[in-house]
Ligand binder design. Structure first.
Ligand code: PEP
Ligand code: MN
Length: 372
């Protein structure tokens, strides 16, 4: 059960204390207070755990400080979408709103290699009206002898160039909780010219200690990749780990499932699950067509499979796209063969615009028919 209080509740108000006393005396029930401070107001929610079935919602709603009560099913208590649950399915970070109803594109480098390549990428994004990017500094690699990413050494120039080109949010994978401090320090040293969305890769979806550390901090939102070899339920529980520790600003990103049936693609594209995640949870849903398809194959219609996969996700309502680009893919240190080329950026963006428009028209038609 979730008890949603009226905005901007004063914790010293005796009416608030009355509710807290009442809840504290309920046998077999414990609760946790969660506060979310937005630009305009502070929202307070109380999460009740234990035998809440026997509790009467009307009694709790009769406390003056209570706005409403939501009964949650056992699954995904915080991030789930429950019956009569009108809690927000969006969040804001560094001036950008991420919701289940809009779309942001994070095109960028799978792995940062040189300041020149970072600058070419950021400038191209700025020139085409983009405010987000992806930049890999810490790379989880299958082979211990492969390039592991420049790590904290590259952060100063990545952040500085992001500021120079008005990039507001960088999706950056971390593989260890120390990386959070490294990012925080580098951002502070450079005067915080940009923001970072911490990415948890598919190999770490069930690294529970990492999830807990990332969940405990609320400064940076999180991009959580679906685990490539586990059930959807297990991946959604991983997202709930983040929220249960306090951070509910989470985007859930589909990136294809590992199976030989995906051949010749790197992973089996799973973007038909975009509406499934939206129905089950309140998280915005991302897609990563680059790691799903994993190569630059093209169909006889001249469209690359990566582009086909992208628009399949967008036309199904995806809210975020993570895509690998590189100014000189032959020299890329990671995943060069799947990188889109800089001259393909306007084409890619136009293709996405077409699909997004089609999605919005599909929603209009659905609204018209569902109200008949
Ligand atoms: C990545 O986005 O760079 C990446 C390694 O993705 P994934 O964790 O989905 O393999
Ligand atoms: Mn990669």
């Amino acid at each position: 059960m979730i008890i949603i209080l009226h905005p901007d509740i004063d914790k010293t108000d005796p009416k608030y204390q009355q509710l807290i006393n009442y809840l504290s005396n309920l046998p077999g029930i414990s609760f946790r207070i969660h506060e979310e401070t937005g630009a305009l107001q502070t929202l307070t929610e109380l999460y009740l755990i234990g035998d809440t079935l026997s509790l009467d919602s009307a009694t709790i709603e009769s406390f003056e400080v209570v706005e409403r009560v939501v009964r949650v099913s056992r699954e995904y208590r915080i991030l789930g979408r429950h019956k009569d649950d009108s809690r927000a399915s969006e969040f804001e970070y560094n001036g950008i709103r991420f919701g289940q109803d809009n779309l942001h594109i994070f095109a960028g480098l799978c792995a940062v290699d040189t300041p020149e390549h970072v600058e070419i990428m950021m400038k191209a994004l700025r020139d085409s009206g983009q405010q987000c990017t992806r930049m890999g500094a810490y790379k989880p690699r299958t082979n211990p002898y492969s390039f592991q990413g420049h790590g904290k050494e590259c952060l100063p120039y990545v952040f500085e160039l992001a500021g120079k080109y008005d990039i507001k949010v960088i999706a950056m994978e971390i593989t260890h909780y120390d990386h959070i401090d490294e990012i925080r320090e580098a951002l502070a040293k450079s005067g915080s010219p940009t923001g970072v969305m911490l990415q948890i890769g598919t190999r770490n979806t069930q690294n529970f200690e990492l999830l807990k550390s990332v969940g405990r901090q609320r400064e940076f939102p999180v991009l959580l990749k679906r685990g490539f070899g586990i059930t959807l339920e297990e991946s959604l529980n991983a997202a709930e780990y983040l929220a249960s520790e306090g951070n509910r600003r989470v985007i859930f990103c589909l990136r294809g499932m590992k199976t030989n049936f995906a051949d010749p693609h790197r992973n089996l594209v799973d973007f038909a699950h975009v509406p499934v995640i939206k129905r089950m949870t309140r998280m915005p849903v991302g897609i990563d067509p680059s790691h799903s398809v994993g190569g630059r194959l093209a169909a006889p219609d001249h469209l690359l499979d990566i582009m086909h996969a992208t628009v399949q996700g967008v036309i199904a309502g995806a809210n975020m796209i993570l895509a690998d680009f590189h100014p000189d893919p032959a020299k890329a240190l990671v995943d060069g063969p799947q990188a889109l080329h800089m001259r393909e950026l306007p084409w890619f963006l136009e293709d996405i615009r077409i699909a997004r428009e089609a999605y919005e028209r599909r929603c209009d038609v659905a609204n018209a028919y569902s109200s008949i």
